[in-house]
Design a binder for this molecule. Structure first.
Ligand SMILES: [Zn+2]
Length: 350
């Protein structure tokens, strides 16, 4: 696991264009979708638009493309010309098929290319192309583009093809070592729209509806909380969650048993832990929730912590409603809260 210097230190470094920090961290600029080395001569972005990464690889995974001015991919020594033209070509058109024959026709030795990508990015050239395609697709999903349009617009010929590619993105399934140092994210279809699930080796750490505006922020928080990369993939917790969610939506499961991991402040943990005790098909008020965690006067803070829940459905924040009986808020959209409650109450009644 690679640690980052403090945010303050990194901000100072990039404002001073301090090249001694090149390779120590990379900065993604959300407003442009580009990532840079700290010494980049370009105009400095607003701090609130900057996201930091310990490696270029993680910036790529997060959907940023390398800056043309400071060439962050060549931080550890100059990039050979044949690599940069290849990288640029893939950046322009990551959906194209880059066969060995094609590489040879461009004067690139495929074996050498594979070796270079393996060494520099820790993945094969084909995996690099897939990660660029997925990075671009993820970026659009975060911008709220419809999943089908995203899949079709990136050389994936179907929705399921896209999900498959997403799952297989990095060749080998996540092994034990990878399990330990990254969060795997996967798509899960549901009657209420697609969900993105994230899991560490210990358990599920995220479940969100993909059109949720907070998703970008959630990814950032996860990276910060766990200090690791987010890569497409699946592990046994994701597999279990898929099975349990299917049963939940079918009305046959009332209690999730998949392991969860939800770091937070002690207060947040108390709130989230208490949410898990609200039975299927029941609702309580924010007031009641505050009382149950022993902070009856902290209703507002309780409501806030409720809204920051990262594991939708499984940690049932949708079961908290206003005292008046109104639905209150829901990050995934009120219509979903209503549907979830209706589903649970209907099944409870039968
Ligand atoms: Zn730059």
């Amino acid at each position: 696991m690679t640690a980052l210097p403090s945010t303050q230190e990194m901000e100072r470094a990039y404002r001073a264009r301090d090249n001694s920090y090149d390779g120590i961290f990379f900065m993604g600029v959300r407003s442009t979708g580009i990532f840079c080395r700290p010494s980049c001569p370009s105009r400095k972005p607003q701090p609130q638009n900057v996201e930091f990464f310990p490696t270029a690889r993680e910036a790529l995974f997060a959907g940023f493309r390398p800056c043309k001015r400071c060439k962050p991919l060549s931080v550890h020594g100059e990039t050979p010309g044949w690599i940069s033209s290849l990288v640029n070509r893939v950046g322009r058109d990551p959906g194209a098929r880059y066969t060995d024959a094609y590489l040879r026709s461009e004067g690139v030795d495929p074996v050498r290319a594979r070796r270079y990508f393996q060494k520099t990015f820790g993945m094969s050239f084909q995996a690099y192309c897939r990660s660029r395609r997925l990075g671009k697709a993820l970026e659009q999903i975060r911008l709220g583009v419809d999943l089908d349009d995203v899949a079709l617009g990136h050389g994936f010929n179907s929705h399921s093809g896209f999900r498959e590619a997403f799952a297989r993105a990095f060749g080998a399934p996540p092994g034990k070592s990878r399990d330990a140092d990254c969060i795997v994210v996967a798509w899960i279809q549901s009657p209420l729209g697609p969900l993105v699930a994230g899991a560490t080796s210990k358990g599920i750490c995220m479940l969100e509806f993909t059109d949720r505006r907070m998703l970008d922020e959630q990814f950032r928080t996860l990276r910060r909380r766990f200090g690791c990369a987010i890569v497409p993939g699946e592990n046994r917790h994701v597999a279990q969650l898929k099975t349990e969610l299917a049963a939940y939506f079918a009305g046959t499961l009332r209690q999730f048993t998949v392991p969860l991991e939800y770091p937070g402040t002690p207060f947040q943990q108390r709130v989230w832990g208490e949410l898990r005790r609200i039975p299927h098909g029941r609702t309580i008020s924010y007031e009641e929730l505050a009382r149950r965690i022993g902070s009856p006067s902290a209703q507002r803070a309780v409501g806030h912590a409720n809204g920051l829940n990262r594991i939708a459905i499984v940690i049932p924040c949708h079961r908290v409603v206003n005292k008046s009986g109104e639905l209150g808020g829901y990050g995934g959209g009120l219509w979903r809260k209503q549907k979830l409650l209706a589903l649970e109450q209907e099944k409870a009644a039968t």
